[in-house]
Design a binder for this molecule. Structure first.
Ligand SMILES: Cc1cc2nc3c(=O)[nH]c(=O)nc-3n(C[C@H](O)[C@H](O)[C@H](O)COP(=O)(O)OP(=O)(O)OC[C@H]3O[C@@H](n4cnc5c(N)ncnc54)[C@H](O)[C@@H]3O)c2cc1C
Length: 363
């Protein structure tokens, strides 16, 4: 019997597996395909990412450094409202490589990480869980004291444990052109209803164009308009779901959710790599597989960490739906140098940010 079976080896699954093993637990981690594939993520993250990685990661994974974002109310070529710092605020990284690196760290720590194992059923009882997985050797059943559902926005573990779904699933699309671009600004276009489109320079890896929006929006039509506006040819198109708004409960007696399965994402960008790994650390710290009551401590810990950020993130997102003239006035008034941390919107109320706003008003 394992202490934990982890379902899904994305960033939170790999991070939790590694941390739980380091705490002395036996961990089996199952991934349905090849780790990191298929790609459905921009890999645009704050520089905090390197606190979660091991030796050599930055050299291997970094594609570009970013200092700010130009916001546009309209499409390519429209007025730009820049928000920036005089230092690097975020990095564009190789997301497939990140997942493989994090999985290797979990393996090196002693976790039993197996790819090509699709979990097809989870049965929870008072004292344990049973997990069926379909792999190269057919269907296998594994027993553990607890199951960690790290299996993404359409989580099978969440369904099997009868846990509620996130509030909303956005639809995101991405594609790439092959011109090298090392510029240190991303572009954000508020042209997609209730969310946005983007252009991310990825250094020698080309340029990424993307867009996300809620169900009912013609995502592909808006995406074509974006790409046509930039007059580029794109390839390697991919898409994925972005959960927004965590469910009221992400734990049962012998199971818990992490990452996109629990909608541990930023409501105003959809980003979830850093939040999910931060929550994985809380889970590894709080949960004792022999004491199911410790799951309540995990629920409290991750919500304490993210609740205020997510609440403010929802408010920021509302600005994407304001009438265009109001958006122009707001962006015009707020643009310039900022002190906000991209993962912590509450830092907008920090001394650093107020000082940055005051000095930009003086200019
Ligand atoms: C278009 C788009 C762009 C994004 N851009 C960014 C960004 O720039 N920055 C950022 O921080 N976040 C971004 N995100 C969000 C980010 O990708 C997720 O928040 C993050 O990947 C969450 O990790 P996860 O492991 O919870 O989910 P996932 O990355 O979806 O991983 C879940 C894993 O579980 C596996 N799995 C699923 N079902 C099973 C099963 N039955 N059995 C075994 N394994 C299973 C999957 O194969 C997968 O490997 C983006 C998302 C999208 C869709």
């Amino acid at each position: 019997m394992y202490d934990f079976v982890v379902v899904g080896v994305g960033p939170p699954g790999a991070r939790f597996a590694r941390r739980a093993v380091e705490n002395g637990h036996d961990v089996l981690a199952l991934e349905k395909g090849s780790i990191g594939e298929p790609l459905a993520c921009s890999g645009h993250v704050s520089t905090d990412i390197w606190e979660f990685t091991g030796a050599g990661a930055r050299e291997d994974l970094l594609q570009n450094e970013v200092r700010g974002a130009r916001f546009h109310v309209d499409g390519p070529g429209s007025d730009a409202y820049p928000f920036y710092k005089d230092e690097v605020v975020s990095n564009v990284i190789d997301r497939v490589g990140l997942d493989r690196h994090l999985a290797d760290l979990a393996r090196d720590a002693g976790a039993d990480v197996r790819d090509e194992h699709t979990v097809t059923a989870v049965r929870e009882s008072t004292d344990s869980v049973e997990v069926d997985a379909s792999g190269p050797d057919g269907i296998e059943t594994f027993e553990a004291k607890m199951v960690a559902g790290c299996d993404g926005p359409r989580s099978r573990v969440r369904d099997a444990l009868s846990l509620p779904e996130p509030d909303e699933l956005l639809h995101g699309v991405l594609a790439f052109s092959d011109e090298a671009d090392h510029e240190d600004f991303v572009d954000v276009h508020l042209t997609a209803p209730r969310f946005f489109a983007w252009r991310i320079p990825r250094g020698d890896a080309g340029v990424e164009y993307g867009l996300a929006a809620p169900p009912g929006v013609q995502v592909n039509k808006h995406f074509e308009e974006l790409v046509d506006g930039y007059e580029v040819d794109v390839s390697h198109r991919c898409s994925g779901a972005i959960p927004i708004g965590p469910p009221d409960r992400v734990t049962t007696r012998r199971g818990f959710l992490l990452g996109d399965a629990a909608a541990q994402t930023k409501p105003f960008t959809g980003g979830g790599i850093l939040y999910s790994m931060t929550c994985a650390d809380h889970a590894a710290r709080e949960i004792d597989p022999d004491r199911p009551t410790t799951l309540a401590a995990y629920e409290h810990a991750w919500r304490d960490e993210l609740e205020r950020e997510q609440r403010l993130g929802h408010l920021i997102r509302r600005a994407y739906s304001l009438p265009e003239p109001v958006q122009r006035i707001g962006l015009g008034a707020l643009s310039g140098e900022i002190g906000v941390h991209m993962d912590r919107p509450t830092s907008a109320f920090s001394l650093e940010h107020v000082q940055a706003m005051v000095s930009s008003l003086r200019r």
